[in-house]
Write a protein that binds this ligand. Structure first.
Ligand SMILES: [Zn+2]
Length: 498
């Protein structure tokens, strides 16, 4: 380096002085370089710039805050797992004249920056059963394919690899939080935490033997241990998941809800997802599914109800007054021909309605929440025969801020605001399907794709950068999924043999 050059004829004292001066110069140059690389604003020398663990700059921020601010040339500061600063470059220069420094920074030029998407309902290990047998009736699909495949293959190892595959797929599509209902949910929680994702994870309980627990008592015991283990975890919200009114007795519903409430845990349940469920409930209980659940004392501000298709005006009033969150799954509802949820009426009644993929086997086949935004809007438009029925901004809300409310997590996630968790995604606009852009919400709902998601941050940790997953080994996961494909196909062939 030039600073280290010393002339040969100098005396040793002056040489030493010169050397010390040179060392000082080198040190100050190194310090200058360090500051220059991390300093975001080129300002006059400053003593105490605001410091962050992560800064996102040059951003078009789609904040999804209550005023739906979109900030051009915006900046987000993150400390620990939370957002501490959101604003425009010029506002922030005024507020913090000494500048901003960060351990890490991301230049978001050419990208939209949003709160991470929230997948309000799925069954992640079923990624390994993706496309096993489609285009058959729900009854055939369950009886001939899924139940035999699950009975022979669902083990703790299966759910771990399925959860990893789902985490990779969801991070790639900008999902930062999801709600899950399956078995061995404790193992799923371990995998999801390792992947750095946020999850509301519900251990399923029903009135017939499950792959992990064969009796109701064993299921309740498992749930209690599971809820206790994950109390106060920053990423994992352990939940109880009574499957539905058509697979759980009143006692199972009430016991599991009481257990969840003992630990202040959420309750995940399928509600009014089929016409048959609605008709049977009327016949057996003289009540709609929503009325029946209300009468049992299940409904409350801790319940996340998947589907809510067969809910009439009275049911919507009940759901709203009990502050139940609903999750709409348009792909699944179309694929299984379940019906069309009255999403517009639910929103009008004051119910928080999120979006979910359901599936991914049989009832969707992927975990792409951006596709659900697109389909949610179009499904309402065609059902109402009115293109104004459900608009682009509404479905982006359902995937973010309303989705957070549906999961009762609006204090934590769903928007880019100081105090919220730093769950942030960057979506590239440098794609043929992304230009020109006249309206951001339209672009998000109808033009941009999951594959345009470029960088994903969850709780302040970068889990995907420039489309490279940083917390999961993608080649290993894909190889294992292909192994499972062979194993599961063989198990069904053997089952079919006499
Ligand atoms: Zn489901």
């Amino acid at each position: 380096m030039v600073f280290a050059v010393i002339a040969p004829h100098q005396s040793s004292i002056s040489r030493t002085r010169k050397m010390l001066r040179s060392v000082r110069r080198i040190l100050s140059f190194v310090v200058f370089l360090l500051l220059a690389t991390t300093r975001v604003f080129a300002q006059a020398p400053q003593k105490e710039p605001a410091s962050y663990d992560l800064l996102i700059t040059n951003a078009t921020l789609v904040t999804m805050d209550s005023s739906r601010h979109v900030i051009e040339n915006g900046i987000i500061g993150v400390r620990g797992d939370s957002i501490v600063l959101v604003g425009s470059y010029t506002d922030l220069l005024r507020q913090a004249p000494k500048g901003h420094m960060a351990a890490q920074s991301i230049d978001a030029k050419g990208a939209l920056v949003l709160p991470g998407f929230i997948n309000g309902h799925t069954h992640v290990p079923m990624t390994l059963l993706r496309g096993l047998h489609d285009d058959v009736t729900l009854d055939d699909w369950l009886r001939k394919y899924i139940f035999p495949a699950e009975a022979k293959n669902v083990t703790e190892d299966f759910v771990r690899w399925g959860a990893r595959l789902a985490a990779a797929e969801q991070i790639r599509s900008g999902v930062t939080t999801f709600a899950d209902m399956y078995y061995f949910e404790d193992a799923i929680a371990e995998e999801i935490k390792a992947a750095g994702m946020r999850g509301v994870l519900g251990e399923t309980i029903l009135d017939f033997p499950a792959p992990d627990n064969k009796t109701n008592a064993a299921m309740l015991g498992y749930i209690e241990k599971f809820l206790k283990r994950w109390q106060n975890d920053p990423l994992i919200h352990a939940a109880a998941a009574p499957h539905s009114i058509y697979t759980c007795s009143a006692k199972t519903l009430q016991d599991s809800a009481a257990l969840a409430r003992k630990y202040h845990a959420p309750i995940l349940i399928h509600v009014a997802e089929m016409k048959k469920e609605f008709d049977d409930s009327l016949k057996q209980n003289g009540l709609t599914p929503a009325q029946y659940l209300d009468q049992l004392g299940i409904l409350g501000p801790d319940v996340v109800a998947a589907h809510c298709i067969y809910v009439d005006g009275g049911d919507r009033k009940i759901l709203a007054s009990r502050q139940v969150g609903c999750v709409h799954n348009p792909s699944s509802n179309m694929m299984l021909s379940s019906g069309v949820a009255p999403v517009i009426e639910e929103r009008a009644a004051g119910i928080a309605v999120g979006l979910g993929t359901d599936g991914p086997a049989g009832s969707n086949n992927d975990l792409d929440l951006m596709e659900e935004m697109d389909l949610a809007a179009k499904l309402q438009k065609i059902t109402k025969m009115d293109p104004r029925a459900l608009g682009a901004q509404a479905v982006v809300e359902m995937a973010t801020t309303e989705g957070a409310k549906a999961l009762h997590m609006e204090k934590e996630i769903g928007s880019l605001e100081p105090g919220k968790k730093a769950d942030i995604i960057l979506i590239s606009l440098d794609e043929p399907n992304a230009v020109p852009m006249y309206d951001i919400y339209s672009q998000l709902a109808y033009s941009l794709k999951a594959s345009d998601v470029q960088t994903v941050i969850i709780g302040g940790r970068i889990v995907m950068r420039d489309r490279k997953l940083l917390t999961l080994s993608e080649p290993e996961i894909l190889a294992k999924a292909r192994d499972y494909e062979k194993k599961i196909a063989a198990s069904l062939n053997n089952a079919a043999a006499p």
